[in-house]
Ligand binder design. Sequence first.
Ligand code: NAD
Length: 409
Amino acid sequence: MNPWENAQQTLKQIGEKAKIDPNLINVLLNHDHKIEVELPIVMDDGETKTFNAYRMQHNNWRGPYKGGLRYHPQVSLDEVKALSMWMTIKNAVINVPFGGGKGGIAVNPKTLSKPELERLTRAFARELAEYIGPDKDVPAPDVNTNGEIMKWIADEFGDKAVVTGKAIADGGSEGRTEATGYGGVYALLGVLESMNIKPAGLTAAVQGFGNVGTYAAELMVKNGIKVVALSDSKNTIYSNDGFDNIMALVEAKSKTGSLANAVKELNIECDIMAVDDVLNIEVDILAPAALEMAITKDNAESIKAKIILELANGPVTPEADSILNDKNITIIPDVLANSGGVAVSYYEWYQNRHNENWTKIQVLEKLENQMKAAVADVLAISNESNLTLREAAYALAIKRIAEAKPENN
Ligand code: NAD
């Protein structure tokens, strides 16, 4: 199954279980617009290469389409279809006035020179120009994209409010870099509190050491959680004592290219294990923060964590979800756990449009409150209707989306 088939299955199953109006589920099984383009780019050696690029605009009842742009060789129409639907749900769960969209280019950006990356991005921005805008569709960074890429898009378009996730100097918001990882930990703390569990002394494993995984790990450590395992696309590193200086690991990884080299550089004694071993370690919290479909029916049985914090989008397939539920593992779903990124993207869009500049303390305080409010809303529905947190989050989102339905739809 591909991500879009998984996303459709989840939506249909939750629709039935939570007794949601089937007409609404049908609306959400479709997308408003599909933008699919081929981008011929002159490479540095003079040869022309063509890249496939996509933008799916899923639903805009609650506000402009909103969601990231991903640069990855596996980007496909089905992947962005799933990701854009999840954005509609997520934006409603975290209660920002946005609909859902997502896009990307099928490319490994690490094989491009910077001028090639810029030409590719600017070509994509020119193709997207008629479909995006601060009140229409607002892209943001996702896997392998960043503030600089957003700046090139804003520059082609001619208005900084057309994208979020920009560098501070280009109109970005304080706190956006930390937002998704920190937001995930705020959600985790909210759920732990509802279970009467104190974070200090718990153990965690984090899969993926990019923007989201690193900041989540950092804030877990600050809350006394022992982060015993981390992974990147090459290895898992494991230490029974826990890794406490996450930012030193980030720096050493960026210098040496991998976590395995980073621990050598820092003289940290730990086990270097296979890439997927991070999923099977006996910990309280497992946080998948890499790509979708990390946990499938083939490896779900071997998961030993008690709580799964879905920081990536779609890291657990529907089959795996039911295996994990049967094992009584609490799953904090992606549409709640990683919604901190889009919450601060909303703050950035708001600040751009009102000419305001909030401090990092203000932003993180608002984020913590907004995440904890969303957790409380989801928990209330979960308890009231005996639904899992994923089912409750979807039920909450779909209720909010339905309330915003335009008259003529
Ligand atoms: P990123 O590109 O900064 O990091 C991704 C990391 O995952 C990289 O370190 C990569 O090496 C690692 N990785 C890839 N395959 C792996 C594997 N098989 N095992 C272990 N690690 C692997 O991307 P990011 O922004 O941190 O995004 C991570 C996930 O979070 C994605 O699913 C993304 O859609 C989701 N997300 C991101 C944001 C955001 O604000 N950045 C917001 C919401 C959701």
